[in-house]
Design a protein around this ligand. Sequence first.
Ligand code: CDP
Ligand code: CDP
Length: 228
Amino acid sequence: MNTMTIAIDGPAAAGKSTVAKKVAEKLSFIYVDTGAMYRALTWKALKQGISLEDEDGLAQLLSQSDLNLVQSDAGQRVILDQRDVSEEIRTAEVTNQVSIVAKHKNVREEMVQRQQELVKDKGVVMDGRDIGTHVLPDAEVKIFMIASVEERAERRHKENLEKGFPSDLKQLKEEIRKRDEIDSNREIAPLVKAEDAIEIDTTSMNIDEVVEGILNIVNEKWEKGEQG
Ligand code: CDP
Ligand code: CDP
């Protein structure tokens, strides 16, 4: 069986996780949602009253945490200290503060190490902000997925309404903009396109078109590899 590592990075709500999951499914690869790991740590810190500016406190909290991404029939579940926190980590409270936790060097170092250990020799699709630049710098395929902030806010808004959650489009746009700004301007491993990444602007593409585009890139690589 062919294996490969595929890194997908990009700003909030660009469609990374939806597309990464489908690509992984099509290729029978594992999918790793690295954002979920930062979210889980943020959730735990908020619950324990640890300041999100306390780098050492957060790093210590992470080192004591049993954090696993488990594939199940209900999709990928996030298990933190034997508890399923998949829903809790998606609340607005976590979403709007996770970028503060993700700024810290000591937190990122441990996260990157844990993420690299998940790869082994299996095929993997991993999404996040620093996958192509830091976590998997040798990934065979690197995608930098973007979309206009208006489109991204619309997508989240639609998703919220479908789930029956309250949603304010203008506020969402502001929150996304703010998170992108923190992620793009932090000192350690900021959100940036890897030099060898292929940029896909999904503003006017549907999910299947993006998935198809990535599968074509993967197939081209495989064909080239077989020839060479
Ligand atoms: O899905 P969404 O775009 O809302 O975000 P996510 O992928 O769940 O990531 C949540 C946050 O975690 C990001 O805004 C980053 O602050 C941080 N993150 C990161 O710094 N590095 C990663 N590899 C993944 C996420
Ligand atoms: O992981 P990330 O934050 O980049 O985005 P996501 O959670 O995968 O996607 C955000 C929303 O946009 C989801 O509701 C997707 O179904 C939707 N989406 C879309 O409408 N068109 C795309 N081309 C990609 C995603």
